[in-house]
Design a protein around this ligand. Sequence first.
Ligand SMILES: NC(=O)c1ccc[n+]([C@@H]2O[C@H](COP(=O)([O-])OP(=O)(O)OC[C@H]3O[C@@H](n4cnc5c(N)ncnc54)[C@H](OP(=O)(O)O)[C@@H]3O)[C@@H](O)[C@H]2O)c1
Length: 295
Amino acid sequence: MKLLITGSNGLLGQKLVKLCIRYGYDFIACSRGENRNPDCPSDRYVELDIANKLAVNHLFQSWYPSHVIHTAAITNVDYCELHPEECRRINVEGSKNLFDASMRYQAHFQLLSTDFVFDGEDGPYDEDAPVNPLSTYARSKAESEQLLINSDYSNWSIVRTIIVIGTASGLSRSNMVLWVKKSLEQGEHIRVVNDQFRMPTWADDLAWGCLQICSLSERGIFHLSGKDFVSMLEFAYQIADYYQLDRSLISPVRSEELKQAAKRPPKTGFILDKAITRLGYRPKSIAEFLELMPE
Ligand SMILES: NC(=O)c1ccc[n+]([C@@H]2O[C@H](COP(=O)([O-])OP(=O)(O)OC[C@H]3O[C@@H](n4cnc5c(N)ncnc54)[C@H](OP(=O)(O)O)[C@@H]3O)[C@@H](O)[C@H]2O)c1
């Protein structure tokens, strides 16, 4: 396999690079701006704006990947709601640039997508459930999925995931565990929704699943998340308890009280049977992955 990993400065991208090095896979990593991933050797890194079609084509011409794992995206849901054109340009047009090039070079194209493609009215969902995105970000992912699903080219996979947790260097945004821990350590009161239910995912498990799809030459849609189904409030309490921090600083709040720009689905969660059977996917519980977080 000759892997091209987009978004290598991001959380999942950094985990993928680490695993590629561990498994001895041939890879090239790319992201926006400088290489901020200390695990990624400079001769394996190419700066790439995925919205720049010429640059994407040039990279394929010079590197001929056999597999593309496309993690790069604008992932801040509220930012996307406030900047819909930029969201579309990067999340949809960027994905199209990479998918078009993958088709031309007969490479496997893997798109990272989200539980937010569902409306959250009747989760947990399997891979065949109908999508109904509620926000600009979610629509950008659902539209990108449709590029693949409606194409004549079948050498692709879609990996949908939920609330990805882990640590990596120089990330442009935080995640739930880091945010709750830091806030409570500083004695800050935080408000956490009690009416959104998710299955938080350990980033290393997700990276393993993405690579497993490629190495087994699997195709189609896969749901890869953690295995515990919790409200975001329960998740925050579990984080507080694990780090022995004051859980009374956490106040339950309903989604509508937060007045966030983007609407979130109330209850997502995935049925993981397909990934368990076809990939041998064994995701960690929240308790297990908290043990693995660095102090
Ligand atoms: N994290 C989650 O909870 C979650 C949940 C569901 C689905 N997903 C999906 O899973 C994938 C990976 O998530 P993640 O947590 O690793 O995201 P992340 O940490 O935000 O990483 C995304 C990376 O994409 C890069 N990027 C943004 N625009 C780009 C462009 N125009 N050209 C090249 N690179 C660009 C970002 O660069 P900068 O670092 O410079 O901003 C960032 O490093 C994403 O597609 C996301 O939508 C994530």
